[in-house]
Ligand binder design. Structure first.
Ligand SMILES: [Zn+2]
Length: 292
């Protein structure tokens, strides 16, 4: 049998000295976990929590960071992306903070990760049922655009009164023949609450339906979390005669030639070009198949 000290040592890998393991104190982690448990039990319900001051500005992922640090365990392998990119300043600093304060392994390979903290994207790779996705959320409530009074919005959620969202969609289709939602597309979760799918593009929304992974959403500035448990129905709301459409691209990725990934504009060889936003996925395709 292992000595208790060995077990404790194994539970908390070496991390930066002078700070608590995973930065937050135990009471804070417990409080955030309780909020997350409630959020998982009531899918799509916006659950308040006591958002802490973090060493990042609110609006720069402090909510996602708190969710990650409250739920992380020693055996975790962590990936952090910002717009699909592992190397943006936001992603690099988040990854460094999580890695330094816990000592857990970090990776850029989504297939090897067990916990992925993300802003704006779901990785292109297939994610399995052992994974947790933590989303950094700027605006948690899909009603915010239509109803700015939080008490009124809470009542509308409780009563399932989403007429204003439907009316907004109707106006969009009548004026523009399509929905204006390019991101944060409102989706019904398991036939109940309507959630904002954060700033992930419409392209990623179908990935949430019956997803094998657990999705946790953290909004630090708004002190709110919500969740989608694995294998849950997530339905983008639309009229029966108007199909939900995802973004499509006329050209393949200028770097790896993929026709199936979400593309963003980047300067390639001095010219603007469309390339995969998931940089790790794109780099692996280039390594495997050679540059296009
Ligand atoms: Zn690519």
């Amino acid at each position: 049998m292992s000595a208790l000290s060995d077990l404790l040592h194994g539970a908390e890998p070496a991390h930066i000295s002078g700070y608590l393991w995973a930065y937050l104190d135990a009471a804070s982690k417990r409080e955030i976990r309780r909020a997350l448990l409630k959020a998982v039990c009531v899918p799509g319900h916006i659950t308040p929590f006591a958002s802490r001051e973090m060493p990042v500005a609110r609006g720069w992922g402090s909510g996602g960071l708190q969710v990650t640090l409250a739920t992380i365990v020693a055996s975790e392998v962590v990936k952090v992306i910002d717009q699909g990119d592992d190397e943006s300043l936001n992603a690099r600093t988040m990854r460094a903070l999580i890695g330094d304060s816990t000592g857990v392994e970090t990776t850029t390979d989504a297939r090897a990760a067990t916990l992925i903290q993300t802003r704006h994207r779901i990785p292109e790779d297939d994610l399995d049922d052992g994974m947790v996705l933590v989303f950094q959320v700027p605006i948690s409530d899909p009603l915010r655009e239509f109803e700015q009074r939080p008490t009124a919005a809470r009542r509308m959620h409780a009563e399932g009164d989403y007429a204003v969202i439907w009316l907004g969609l109707y106006e969009d289709h009548s004026r523009f023949s399509r929905s204006r939602f390019s991101h944060s597309y409102p989706c019904e979760v398991e036939g109940g609450y309507i959630i904002s799918t954060t700033p992930i593009p419409r392209f990623d929304v179908p990935r949430l339906h019956q997803a094998p992974f657990l999705s946790l959403f953290g909004a630090g500035r708004e002190a709110a979390v919500y969740a989608i448990p694995p294998y849950t129905d997530v339905t983008p709301i639309t009229f029966t005669d108007r199909e939900f459409e995802v973004e499509s691209f006329d050209t393949p990725c200028a770097k790896c030639g993929s026709n199936e990934s979400y593309l963003t504009e980047e300067i390639v060889d001095g010219r603007p070009a469309l390339v995969c936003s998931d940089t790790a996925h794109c780099r692996r395709r280039q390594d495997e198949e050679g540059p296009q």
